[in-house]
Design a protein around this ligand. Structure first.
Ligand code: AMP
Length: 206
């Protein structure tokens, strides 16, 4: 193992673990920040663990802060080079500092029961496509979700439909991902598809 682990707190065993990929920027409208907050809060309120890229910028930081405030176990996995740029989130329950991006993505995947991509840029897209590709090849059988808030991913989904029509993809590959515009419904579906249960939210956290 080449990573260093910095345990900052010792919370109870989580009911489930979701790896979330999302923008290192906040986007141009407040709905994106509200969604990132909702995702972090839902994971914490339902006794879950958040696995993410370990940054404090943009949607990543908003989501991690909300998850921590709601009592989630938050596992950040960040390459050394990004820590040197002072991009790491200092409040993570566990912060794994790894050597490179490959090690980061492998470790994030190993710690997760399910994967979810929120709106983001090329980093988010690359992580989402990689974990989807790993699923089609049978490297894992964990559910993969895409949160299509306010139609953010409509044009991408349209392009993928055209890839099916033009013979470069099959319907079964599209069926390996779940898309929804509603964050809580999608999180619940992913946890269930992983064969786990999200305990009822604590009343003080809804
Ligand atoms: P992007 O969608 O291009 O903003 O990239 C976000 C994704 O790439 C996240 O899910 C992270 O895993 C990774 N990433 C990109 N920028 C950063 C950063 N400043 N700090 C930590 N992780 C980042």
């Amino acid at each position: 193992m080449t990573s260093e682990v910095t345990p900052l707190k010792t919370p109870a065993k989580p009911a489930f673990s979701v790896c979330v990929y999302c923008g290192s920027r906040p986007g141009n409208t407040p709905e994106f920040a509200a969604m990132a907050h909702q995702v972090g809060n839902w994971i914490g309120a339902h006794g879950g663990q958040l696995v993410f890229g370990g940054g404090h910028n943009g949607l990543m930081g908003i989501m991690a802060d909300a998850a921590l405030a709601a009592g989630a176990r938050v596992v950040g996995v960040i390459p050394k080079a990004l820590v040197e740029k002072e991009w790491a989130h200092s409040g993570c329950t566990e912060l794994h500092i790894v050597q490179n991006m490959h090690e980061r993505k492998r470790m994030m995947a190993e710690h997760a029961d399910a994967f979810l991509a929120l709106p983001g840029g090329i980093g988010t897209l690359e992580e989402f496509f990689e974990v989807w590709t790993w699923r089609q090849l049978g490297y894992h059988d964990k559910p993969v979700g895409l949160l299509n808030l306010n139609g953010y991913y409509d044009s991408l989904l349209g392009f993928l439909a055209s890839a099916v029509t033009q013979g470069f993809m099959s319907d079964w590959q599209m069926e390996l991902i779940r898309t929804d515009s509603d964050a809580e419904r999608l999180l619940q579906a992913l946890v269930q598809a992983a064969g786990l249960t999200a305990p009822t939210a604590r009343l003080d956290q809804i």
